[in-house]
Design a protein around this ligand. Structure first.
Ligand SMILES: [Fe+2]
Length: 137
């Protein structure tokens, strides 16, 4: 099982967002533990936590897009909606007993690292200063 870790190559140099992404990776590492231990209960808890996270984090980003009139907001939101749909589908599979933590982890790791490295970096280029001014460290 590959180790799931946030590293500086995924940094947007926007501390308020990087911290949220790091929290997501902590959730993913719990998923790895669940995969190793094959705990169904843990997987259910992780789904709940993921849903909360996705709702809060995506809303947070999308609010900033509106506030700063980000030109690719609609495209970015479609990526977010896509993940929400995928999570629903995975939860369905999980409810039917057809999903392993390993499968969910592999999907999420790929989606999240790809999303941060491509889509999030795009908005970071244009909104970094504005967001950092709004959330000074
Ligand atoms: Fe995003």
């Amino acid at each position: 099982m590959p180790l799931v870790e946030w590293d500086s190559s995924l940094s947007l140099n926007i501390p308020v967002i990087d911290e949220q992404h790091q929290a997501l990776f902590r959730l993913l590492s719990k998923l790895v533990d669940a995969a190793f231990e094959q705990k169904e209960l843990a997987l259910d808890e992780i789904f709940n936590a993921l849903n909360d996270y996705v709702h809060n984090h995506f809303s947070f980003e999308e609010k900033l897009f509106r506030q700063f009139n980000y030109e690719h907001a609609e495209e970015h939101k479609r990526h977010h909606e896509g993940l929400k749909e995928s999570l629903k589908a995975y939860y369905e599979k999980f409810s039917q007993g057809n999903l392993s933590a390993a499968e969910l982890m592999e999907f999420l790791q790929g989606w999240i690292t790809g999303h941060i490295a491509v889509e999030d970096k795009k908005y970071a280029e244009v909104l970094r200063t504005k967001i950092n001014n709004l959330f000074p460290k």
